[in-house]
Design a binder for this molecule. Structure first.
Ligand code: M1P
Length: 254
């Protein structure tokens, strides 16, 4: 069966529904429930579905399951900088090609020095995660345990460590058109301005969908769902948790 005829078998083949991952399809950095998988599988009979997450694909495989490329029509990791359509990888751009090694090395040097000087209760490992479309910076380090992750989130909420870090980076690199996005619990993403979640819309443009729905939990200004949620071609839905996502889907599509 060709991909196009596959889409045309949906009862509303001109509609696509896109989902954020953390806080929308799953609890933050946790795995998807069977209830949600069943809901998505039923929805896929009616419309085209995709997810658009800030994380890289390896984390989405952990959270959404090993069959993620089969269960979604579109898989957009790193805001769509890594993209799959019906299991086939689509062509995309890369952060390192955009920034170049000279500026990248200056950025890394600043970040690692900054973290070394930070007075925070715990530091673990992997302070910078290098991805295709962005870098992810974590003051505690991505190797922390779940408990340490929750502790850091609370600490950061009270002290604004990440917000200050982002302000200092903006001051140090005013000539780089970079966006800093605090989307999760322990880190922030750094990517070229414009490479937010609206980036994924480039990959679906040629399909000519009449309606594009988006579900996300960080839809407030400054949240990493804000740009796509407020995009003029998108019907945005702000949710509080995966149960809320399922309830709205039921209202809209049942
Ligand atoms: O999807 C939201 C964010 O999830 C993770 O954030 P954290 O580890 O801080 O909870 C990261 O993968 C981040 O890139 C992503 O935006």
């Amino acid at each position: 069966m060709s991909p196009i005829s596959n889409f045309q078998e949906r009862t509303h083949s001109d509609t696509i529904v896109l989902f954020d991952v953390d806080g929308t399809l799953t609890p933050a950095r946790q795995t998807v429930s069977q209830d949600m998988l069943d809901t998505l599988s039923n929805l896929r009979q009616k419309v085209v579905i995709g997810f658009v997450g800030g994380s890289d694909l390896s984390k989405q495989l952990e959270q959404l399951g090993p069959k993620v490329l089969d269960n979604f029509d579109y898989c957009f990791a790193e805001n769509g900088l890594t993209a799959y359509r019906l299991g086939e990888q689509m062509k995309s751009q890369s952060f390192i090609e955009w920034i170049g090694d000279t500026e990248y090395n200056r950025l890394v040097k600043f970040i690692l020095h900054y973290i070394a000087d930070l007075d925070i209760p715990k530091k673990r490992g992997t302070f910078i995660e290098f991805r295709n479309g962005m870098i992810n910076v974590s003051p505690i380090g991505r190797n922390c345990t779940r408990e340490e992750r929750n502790e850091f989130e609370k600490f950061d909420l009270a002290r604004g460590i990440r917000a200050k870090f982002v302000e200092d980076l903006k001051k140090a690199f005013p000539h780089l058109a970079l966006t800093y996005s605090i989307g999760g619990q322990i880190s922030f993403d750094v990517f070229p301005t414009g490479w937010d979640k609206t980036y994924c819309l480039r990959h679906i443009k040629q399909e000519g969908f009449k309606t594009i729905h988006f579900f996300g939990d960080k839809t407030f200004q400054g949240g990493n769902d804000y740009e796509i949620y407020t995009h003029p071609e998108v019907t945005g839905h702000s949710v509080t948790c995966p149960q809320d996502t399922m309830a709205i889907l039921k209202d809209l599509f049942q």
